[in-house]
Design a protein around this ligand. Structure first.
Ligand code: ZN
Length: 203
């Protein structure tokens, strides 16, 4: 049986954001936490040995991978999981010890959500917070709805640009838009999950 406790481990500052799932203690659990507490909703980010995000696994599976030597813990939220014979840092991000080949993932369609996610919710034109998607080459003028023609934009810039081409108004893009490398399901889950995942998920 795996039992979760709140013993801090090295490498995590006290007060770091915990996995604040419903029913699970986040940062400051009681002195005598009830056990066992492997909450069913907890998930871990599993990386391939190449450090590329592979998939999201249950916390239980993550712990088993670590305890069987198939994966190592890269990020933990400071809690320990105790088995009968060992204590394992609760894996928030873990990495396979051996590379596994994965087939090519389906391409991600450019939607408002995925475009904003790719561009980190930053307006491509002014750098401010973005809520909308702009077609760099306006659709009304033959622009296509594809990754290389869409950028995140704030409402103000989107409105100012309207259906004009960038050279017509003297604007430039600070980057060449391209398709992201992550998959739909991965991007979706990662977007609403642990902030400790962020450093391992390609933007
Ligand atoms: Zn803007």
């Amino acid at each position: 049986m795996l039992i979760e406790t709140s013993t801090p481990v090295a490498g995590n500052a006290p007060g770091a954001p915990g996995r604040a799932r419903a029913g699970a203690p986040a940062v400051a659990p009681p002195a005598r936490p009830p056990a066992p507490v492997l909450s069913s909703g907890a998930r871990s980010l599993l990386l391939n040995a190449s450090m590329e995000p592979l998939c999201i696994v249950s916390l239980r599976r993550a712990v088993l991978l670590v305890m069987s030597g198939k994966a190592t813990v890269l990020e933990t939220d400071g809690r320990l999981l105790h088995s009968e014979h060992a204590a394992v840092p609760l894996p928030v991000v873990l990495c396979l010890t051996r590379y596994v080949h994965v087939p090519v993932r389906r391409p991600v369609p450019p939607t408002r959500r995925t475009v904003l996610q790719r561009d980190s919710h930053r307006c491509a034109y002014c750098g401010g917070g973005a809520d909308t998607v702009d077609h760099v080459h306006p659709r009304s003028r033959g622009g296509r709805h594809e990754w290389t023609n869409v950028v995140a934009a704030c409402v103000r810039c989107n409105h100012r640009k309207a259906d004009r081409l960038l050279h017509e108004i003297g604007w430039e893009l600070p980057f060449a838009p391209r398709a992201p490398r992550w998959s739909v399901s991965f991007g979706t889950a990662a977007a609403r999950s642990d902030p400790l995942w962020a450093a391992y998920v390609p933007a």
